[in-house]
Design a protein around this ligand. Structure first.
Ligand SMILES: Cc1cc2nc3c(=O)[nH]c(=O)nc-3n(C[C@H](O)[C@H](O)[C@H](O)COP(=O)(O)OP(=O)(O)OC[C@H]3O[C@@H](n4cnc5c(N)ncnc54)[C@H](O)[C@@H]3O)c2cc1C
Length: 289
């Protein structure tokens, strides 16, 4: 199918984007990499009257070291994140998650802002975002606000973004020293959306675990923080036995449904396996000399 008729505008500055959004929302849609929006438009599941194309707004594509965090512009391509030494060094969980996203041509167009704004429950970035509780910088003609990841994802394909708002920047907290992370998922074929995936980051202090952060994708209406699993590791430390108990807790925390690809009980079962693998792998990396 072909999309319904729409007007295309290609602003070159953030201010122009905000003023177009003020003028045309809620009938306008932002076009980032187009990897999710264009198929929806082709199936006429989305029929905006005007597309505001961000691809000429240079000020939205960057990765900067901002001291405590990495500041990533919303139009930064997934492929740029995959190739970034800053991301590899300071945000290894985000880096590893990127390699699971789709295929090279899709990562070359798809953007971090598009993935987070799209809020697909099976997508990798929202799970990493919730695990590490990224700060999102959002702008509109009315001003700027910041929203933490825990308040950003509201449900299936739904976020806290208002129709006239633009996600401009994502602040990714830098991994502290002695941190290990792992993103583990199962998809039917490499590059498919995950049936279940778990993002985990562990920080050690001496022989103790100082912090554990976990979230799952593909097993609920949005990304799910695995707090009960985190609590077990924080309280009892990380061993094969506690990883098993945390995995069981993780499987109970998620909220999958039956669909064409898998039953809810299979996804729940997978969540436990992914959680245990991610914990043990992240722990090994955190403890590595
Ligand atoms: C075959 C295929 C396989 C895929 N597999 C995976 C996968 O395994 N894992 C995965 O995570 N993703 C996967 N994707 C999706 C891909 O990662 C997309 O890049 C991503 O979901 C959307 O990013 P985009 O930049 O293309 O956004 P677009 O498609 O341009 O936009 C998506 C939505 O976000 C809105 N939007 C975009 N940018 C902003 C912004 N800055 N502020 C406010 N709203 C904004 C748009 O209006 C639209 O509603 C796949 C896509 C395809 C086609």
């Amino acid at each position: 199918m072909k999309p319904a008729v729409f007007q295309h505008v290609a602003p070159t500055s953030i201010e122009e984007v905000l003023s177009l959004l003020r003028e045309h929302s809620p009938d306008a849609r932002i076009l980032a990499g187009g990897q999710s929006l264009v198929p929806l438009m082709n199936f006429r599941l989305s029929c905006p009257s005007i597309l505001i194309d961000l691809n000429h707004v240079q000020d939205l594509a960057y990765i900067r070291d901002d001291g405590e965090s990495l500041a990533i512009g919303a139009m930064t391509r997934e492929r740029t994140i995959e190739n970034s030494d800053l991301v590899r060094r300071f945000a290894p969980l985000l880096h590893e998650a990127t390699s699971h996203i789709a295929h090279l041509p899709i990562r070359s167009r798809g953007t971090i802002g598009g993935s987070l704004a799209n809020a697909d429950p099976a997508a990798e970035y929202p799970a990493v975002c919730v695990a590490l509780d990224f700060d999102m910088v959002i702008r509109s003609a009315r001003g700027e606000r910041r929203v933490r990841a825990r308040d950003f994802f509201l449900g299936l394909l739904t976020t806290a973004l208002e129709p006239d708002e633009l996600l401009v920047e994502i602040l990714v907290p830098k991994a502290p020293p002695r941190t290990g992370s792992a993103f583990v998922e199962l998809a039917r074929r490499h590059g498919d959306f995950a049936l279940a995936g778990v993002a985990t980051q562990i920080t050690c202090s001496g022989d103790d675990i100082a912090e554990v952060r976990m979230a799952a994708c593909g097993v609920g209406p949005g990304p799910i923080r695995l707090s009960a699993a985190e609590d077990i590791i924080m309280r009892d430390g990380l061993t094969d036995a506690t990883a098993k108990r945390a995995a069981k807790a993780a499987a109970e925390e998620v909220d999958p449904s039956n669909d064409l690809h898998a039953t809810a009980s299979y996804r729940r079962h997978l969540t436990g396996i992914m959680a245990s693998r991610a914990l043990l792998r992240a722990g090994e990396r955190a403890r590595a000399p």
